[in-house]
Write a protein that binds this ligand. Structure first.
Ligand SMILES: NC(=O)c1ccc[n+]([C@@H]2O[C@H](COP(=O)([O-])OP(=O)(O)OC[C@H]3O[C@@H](n4cnc5c(N)ncnc54)[C@H](O)[C@@H]3O)[C@@H](O)[C@H]2O)c1
Length: 382
């Protein structure tokens, strides 16, 4: 028998499999519609089908540039309504998000705050609340708390998501994706990581593990001190930019056309942050210093500058660990942990066991503890 990668992923999402079996009996989402705006790839298929097994009607779209056609086909075959197709066009994507909200879902599973922010433009009465997956979404939704006024649990702020996915898994998949996309060496190269939060720490540690020399740039001096004590170079920003061979960002608006005079010949720019605004790709490509651009297969772009320097850009500044040929994203187990948090948090909102005082707050401690126990029990139960 030949099975698909999606079947492989579902087989190894052991937490989600256990929850799906339980949801099949307890049906927490019976009669409810869940609107989702999250990357559509193999692991989210496992999550969405778990919610469906709990009785949910699902109406789903992806995020910019990360929708995988086989995931869409599988979801549709399993009865999930999927809106749209892969796109890098923000306006087209906004249309897809609008279609999800037009179904007036009872619960929202958001990634980047796209659905909750748009809900405020055209509110409807039945929205119970939901979840937000990322740091970027939490930052966007925090100032909107007084208008959202419903339970919204932020998966990113669970310590489990922080260390299992953001730190360990993003770090590993950033190195995996760099090698997969460029096939270039890391040994002995200078890597500058912008942002030393959970993701940046993992990216820095994993490039160091791949024998690169790693520097860190962070706007927060306390965080910079941490990077220094962790053994990374922490030169002033402009020195770090000039020295960089590979730059992996974890923050917004960190590299723009104004940096072109500083960038070294042959630098490879890649963004691991959620939104493509962290490296201003359009600004770099359109800069007066750029004489020519060469587009290679597999989402590689080279800018040739008038002074002879060449700047390489991965995935035009989109999140590169879900881009390029055969993108795998973060490890199955890390996503199984994060998505188990998602399933349990949506269940808590559906059952009204959290109220409007839990608007844009971290995952309840009891859910974290239950998921951690369940993961460890499976490891040690043979
Ligand atoms: N690629 C993935 O698979 C993946 C997974 C999870 C999260 N993310 C995304 O990665 C990004 C970072 O997440 P995180 O959890 O590490 O966030 P975080 O809040 O823990 O850390 C961000 C760090 O960036 C620093 N920073 C802010 N502006 C800066 C600037 N201009 N220059 C340098 N440093 C700056 C902050 O001081 C902070 O230390 C977010 O966009 C998040 O959504 C990506």
């Amino acid at each position: 028998m030949i099975s698909t990668r999606i079947d492989w992923v579902r087989e190894h999402c052991q937490l989600l499999r256990g929850i799906a079996a339980e949801f099949g009996r307890t049906r927490p989402f019976d009669g409810l519609t869940i609107g989702t705006g999250i990357h559509l790839e193999a692991k989210t298929v496992a999550l969405l089908l778990t919610l469906r097994d709990g009785g949910a009607r699902l109406i789903s779209t992806g995020n910019l540039n990360t929708t995988q056609p086989d995931a869409v086909d599988r979801l549709r075959a399993e009865g999930v309504t999927v809106i749209g197709a892969p796109t890098k066009d923000g306006d087209v994507h906004a249309g897809y998000l609008g279609e999800v909200l037009a179904a007036e879902p009872d619960l929202i599973l958001d990634n980047g705050g796209d659905l909750f922010a748009r809900y405020l433009d055209r509110p409807y009465p039945g929205l119970l609340g939901g979840t937000e997956e990322t740091t970027s979404g939490r930052m966007r939704l925090e100032p909107l708390r007084s208008r959202l006024r419903r339970p919204i649990l932020v998966i990113n702020d669970s310590p489990i998501k922080q260390f299992a996915e953001n730190e360990h898994a993003v770090g590993q998949s950033a190195v995996e994706s760099f090698l997969r996309m460029t096939n270039r060496v890391t040994n002995g190269e200078q890597v500058t990581v912008f942002g030393y939060g959970a993701c940046g720490r993992g990216v820095a540690a994993n490039f160091r593990g791949a024998y690169a020399r790693v520097s860190v740039v962070d706007v927060d001096p306390v965080t910079r001190l941490r990077a220094h004590l962790d053994g990374f170079g922490t030169p002033p920003r402009d020195t770090a930019v000039a020295d960089a061979d590979i730059t992996v960002t974890g923050a917004r608006d960190v590299l723009t056309a104004a940096d072109l005079p500083l960038l070294r010949d042959g630098v490879i720019l890649a963004n691991a942050g959620h939104f493509p605004a962290e490296i201003d790709a359009a600004g770099l490509i359109g800069a007066a210093e750029v004489a020519d651009t060469t587009e290679y297969a597999d989402d590689l772009l080279t800018l040739s500058l008038r002074d002879g320097r060449r700047i390489h850009l991965l995935a035009r500044g989109h999140m590169f660990n879900l881009a390029g040929p055969r993108p795998l994203g973060n490890s199955i187990e890390s996503m199984d942990l994060g998505f188990a948090l998602q399933a349990r948090c949506l269940e808590a909102v559906a059952r009204r066991s959290v109220d409007a005082t839990s608007c844009v707050v971290p995952v309840p401690r009891a859910i974290d503890a239950a998921i951690a126990r369940s993961y460890l029990d499976r490891k040690y139960s043979g």
